[in-house]
Each structure stands twice: as structure tokens, then as C-alpha cells.
Write a protein that binds this ligand. Structure first.
Ligand code: NAI
Length: 501
């Protein structure tokens, strides 16, 4: 058995870059804010007035499920990791982290009563509150790892019943929480978008087992942790600001979760029915959900594998809703990616995954008369493939769709045959493979995907969708803006990230 880490006063360092599919959180206030491919601030494109818009895809009716049903023909879940002392550094079940947490908390006893009146904390946040929150976050940012470790230590010590909702390894989780707080503070400028996002977040948190009663204690722990690490920047006005914002955030999430509980289960089970290795690292996985699963092309789901309990990873649907109800995902095994490696290298037909509800706003606007330009990089092609399928079913006649599909090597264009097959059947669709690395690239354009698209000249008047590595999306947006695409016509899955600069 691996030895326990020494007993430092500080928790282990966070990895500089969290793997794409590292653990996601299970508690409010905003843990998933940065975990998903789509962030809340995606602007709704300007809708044109057009006669007789084509039919939208029918929404799959969501039946009422008081409790999630047992999966049909499910294989028993056999977690790979049920006890990992070296990883499970945080939580009352772990002696090392327990000791550390006791020490840190003893140093800083919970603040007595809040310094502000209940009534004041119940008021909606003001613009000044948002400023105070941003100021205090700026102070906490350099010590974010300690602040978030302290936050979780407080939760796990004072509310140990909550520990079971979290993944065993908490390191990436800590990083996510703070980045989420930053993203929420930034998003406060657009209350409508933030509300939409928080509602989705509240619905999504049902899959973790989050209950309405968890929000209050979590808020208290958050305020205490921030109070400790905001140092002299913390005062009564800042505390009031945090309480108001937290109250608003949690009320939106709770309302959405309770609303969703009336019509849909907190999660779905999905049995793997097909597993195709397309390259060494990429698998295309088809899943049969145990109940009707409502979604739109361009959205994504959170997935949990049997091997890494409570570790969720976002994946886009790679096909439009179809009559047999099956769902397809494209997964690339990334370095240190627990979920992605399990899905690519271990999953097989018969394995049962868990799925959270569909989320994301990068859907096709069938009311738009504009031609559509799509940039898909690597497995980022997945939602674009789904959107093309949906357009084939419901798109308006005469709307041209151009897909640029980028990879580093020709052999990595794992979905090119399928896209070309679609293009053969639908003359409105053009598919252009783009290869950025050296090596043979027969039939493909060469160069970095954004620059290749920019080389085509003006794209004025188009709707555009981008999906792929964040750097590609960022550069792609810049190129499209320079090529005449209006900002409100550009959709991608990194809006919050881009807003961050
Ligand atoms: N699996 C899924 O359902 C989805 C995945 N994604 C994301 O898509 C990404 C796919 O990653 P990989 O397949 O490894 O792609 P990759 O790293 O192999 O790159 C794919 C394409 O993007 C271009 N690219 C990469 N970095 C670039 C940069 N800095 N500037 C300009 N172009 C750049 C490459 O030249 C290539 O054309 C991941 O970040 C994943 O999270 C996004 C949406 C859905």
C-alpha cells in the first residue's frame, strides 16, 4: 500500500493545468462553471423575421420519474477505486487530511454570528456588491488553493454527510471551485445569461445527490473560507455582498432543481451498446439510455463511468436525436484523463454509464436564414456532426453549410468518412478537411484550422459555430470577426473562457 504523504500544513499543489476530464464537483455554488464545454454567457443570436420557419425538432417528452429507475440489464458497478489514501487527501475518512483540516480549522474558528442582519442579506446584490466580490476574489486568487482547501475542510468537518457526494481525489476539484467563482463574478454583468446558466447548473447538480438542504451549510463554509483568505480586504460590506450573491445563486439553482425534479430523473443510466476505436486514442461510443433522454444537437452531457465514481466528464452528443433513442459520443483519451482513458481503453458493450441532463446553448437556430460555417477541431467535431445531422432533418431548404474539419495529421480525421457520406447525400453540405502538421495530407487543406478558414476571404453574413481545443476556438473567433462575421452570429463552447480574455 502506498505510504501516506507527509503531514504538511499546506495541501498538495494543484496541477498547473487540470486534465479535461478530471473530477468535477458535486456541490454549489458554482463548481461546474468551468468544467463544461459551454459557458453561460453565450449570446442568443439575433433572430431574423422570416416567413414560415421550418419545424424545430420535436422535444422528446420527459416523463415523470420520482426516482431513477434501475438500469435495464445493467452490469454491476465495480469501482476501480473505492479507497485511495494517497489521493483521498481531503475528508473525514482520511486520517491525514482529517488531521490537517483539524489543525487549520483550530487556527481559525468559524466566525461567530454573521455581522450583517438577515434582512440585508436577503436583498438582491447591488452593483457595489459585485465590485466588492471581484475585489475580494482578486485578493484570494494568489492563495486560491489554500482557500478552496480550507473551504472543503470546513464542509467535510462540519457536514461529513456531504463527503460522500464528492470524488475520492479532490485536487483538481479545488482548482475548479475557484475558477468557477471567478467565472461567476465575471458573469454577473449579464444577469439573464447567468440565470440561465445557474438554472442548468442546479438541474445538473441533481445527479450528484445535491439536496436543497446542502446549500445553506455550503454557503456558510464558503463565506468563512473567503473571510480567512481575503485578509484585510474582508469587511462587513464584503461579507454582505457574498451573502447576497450566494443567496441569489443558490435560490436560482434550487428553484431550477426542484422544477426539474417534477419531470425528469436526476440522472440516466446508459448501457454501452457499441464501442469503436477509430484511432489509437479516439473511441466512438454509442449508449442506450434507460429512459427517454431529451436533448438537442450541439448540447452536451456529463458522464460518469463505473470505474471512477463521482468523477464526471462533459461530452457533446455526436449525433442528433434519433428514433431509436441511442446517443453517440466521441472520446479522446487524454494524458491523466481518468474518465477519457476508461472510456477509450476499458469500456465495452454492456458497461453502464451514468448521464446527467443535457446542457448547453450551442444549438442550431433553425429560424436563421444565414448560411452556416462550422469549424471543428479534433473531437470538437462531435457537436458539429450532430448539428449537421439535425440540419439534414430539419434545416431550411437552400441553407448552405460548410464544415472545416481540422486535425494535426490526416490519420486523426477519424470522422471524415461519415461527414463525407453526409455531404454526398446533401448537396448543401461541404466538408473540407484541414491538416495542420507535417506528413501526408492527401485531399486536405494544410495549415492551422483558423488561418485556413481565414484564407478563404470574407465570411460576411454567415452564422458560425466553433468547437475544439480552446486555443483553436479563441483564434478562430478572432479570424471570423476579421472576416466579417458578426459577433452575435458566432457560437462556440468557450464563451466564458473567451470573456476572460
Ligand atoms: N469530445 C467532445 O465531445 C468534445 C470535445 N471538445 C474539445 O475539443 C478538443 C479536441 O482536442 P483534440 O482532439 O486533441 O484536438 P487537437 O489538439 O488534435 O487539435 C485539433 C485541431 O485544432 C487545431 N488546433 C489545436 N491547437 C490550436 C491552436 N493553438 N491554434 C489553432 N489551431 C489549433 C489543430 O491544428 C487541429 O486542426 C478538446 O479540447 C476537447 O475538450 C469540444 C467539444 C466536444
Amino acid at each position: 500500500m502506498p505510504g501516506r504523504p507527509p503531514m504538511p500544513l499546506d495541501p498538495p499543489d494543484l496541477p498547473p493545468h487540470a486534465p479535461a476530464d478530471a473530477p468535477t464537483t458535486v456541490l454549489p455554488p458554482v463548481p461546474d462553471l468551468v468544467a463544461g464545454p459551454v459557458c453561460p454567457a453565450a449570446p442568443e443570436p439575433v433572430r431574423q423575421a422570416i416567413p414560415d420557419p421550418p419545424a424545430q425538432p420535436p422535444a422528446v417528452p420527459a416523463p415523470s420519474f420520482p426516482e431513477p429507475a434501475a438500469p435495464a440489464a445493467a452490469r454491476a458497478f465495480r469501482p476501480l477505486l473505492t479507497d485511495a489514501p494517497g489521493l483521498n487527501w481531503s475528508g473525514p475518512g482520511d486520517g491525514w487530511s482529517h488531521e490537517w483540516a483539524m489543525q487549520t480549522i483550530a487556527e481559525h474558528r468559524p466566525a461567530p454570528a454573521p455581522a450583517v442582519g438577515v434582512t440585508a442579506a436577503e436583498q438582491p446584490p447591488t452593483a457595489r456588491d459585485i465590485e466588492l466580490i471581484r475585489d475580494s476574489l482578486a485578493v484570494v486568487e494568489p492563495v486560491a488553493d489554500r482557500a478552496t482547501a480550507h473551504f472543503y475542510a470546513l464542509i467535510f468537518l462540519h457536514h461529513p454527510e456531504v463527503r460522500a457526494l464528492f470524488p475520492a481525489a479532490m485536487d483538481v476539484q479545488r482548482d475548479r471551485l475557484f475558477r468557477a467563482l471567478l467565472a461567476a463574478a465575471r458573469g454577473a454583468d449579464d444577469p439573464a445569461a447567468l440565470r440561465a446558466y445557474l438554472s442548468a447548473l442546479g438541474r445538473g447538480h441533481r445527479r450528484y445527490g445535491t439536496l436543497t438542504g446542502h446549500y445553506g451549510p455550503v454557503g456558510e463554509c464558503l463565506v468563512q473560507a473567503l473571510a480567512r483568505y481575503a485578509g484585510s480586504r474582508w469587511d462587513a460590506a464584503t461579507e454582505l455582498a457574498w451573502r447576497r450573491v450566494y443567496r441569489l445563486v443558490s435560490s436560482i439553482m434550487i428553484e431550477a432543481a426542484e422544477e426539474a425534479a417534477r419531470t425528469s430523473p436526476p440522472w440516466w443510466h446508459g448501457e454501452v451498446v457499441r464501442h469503436e476505436r477509430r484511432t489509437r486514442d479516439v473511441a466512438v461510443i454509442t449508449v442506450r439510455p434507460d429512459q427517454p433522454y431529451p436533448f438537442r444537437a450541439g448540447q452536451y452531457a456529463s458522464l460518469e463511468t463505473p470505474w471512477w465514481p463521482r468523477v464526471w466528464r462533459h461530452l457533446s452528443f455526436a449525433s442528433a436525436p434519433r428514433p431509436d433513442g441511442l446517443l453517440t459520443f466521441h472520446v479522446k483519451a487524454v494524458q491523466a484523463g481518468w474518465v477519457s482513458n476508461a472510456l477509450v481503453h476499458r469500456a465495452a458493450p454492456g458497461d453502464v454509464l451514468r448521464l446527467g441532463p443535457a446542457a448547453g446553448t450551442m444549438t442550431v437556430d433553425h429560424g436563421s436564414p444565414a448560411d452556416l460555417l462550422c469549424l471543428g477541431g479534433g473531437t470538437g467535431i462531435a457537436p458539429i456532426r450532430a448539428m449537421v445531422e439535425e440540419l439534414a432533418e430539419y434545416g431550411r431548404a437552400g441553407r448552405a453549410v460548410e464544415v472545416f474539419y481540422g486535425a494535426r495529421r490526416a490519420g486523426e480525421l477519424y470522422d471524415l468518412d461519415g461527414l463525407r457520406e453526409l455531404a454526398r447525400r446533401h448537396p448543401w453540405l461541404t466538408v473540407r478537411p484541414v491538416v495542420s502538421g507535417t506528413g501526408p495530407a492527401e485531399g486536405a487543406l494544410t495549415g492551422e484550422l483558423p488561418e485556413v478558414v481565414g484564407g478563404f476571404g470574407s465570411w460576411t453574413g454567415r452564422d458560425a459555430v466553433l468547437s475544439g481545443p480552446p486555443a483553436m476556438v479563441r483564434r478562430g473567433v478572432g479570424v471570423l470577426l476579421r472576416c466579417g462575421v458578426s459577433p452575435e452570429r458566432i457560437r462556440h463552447d468557450l464563451v466564458g473562457d473567451l470573456a476572460a480574455g
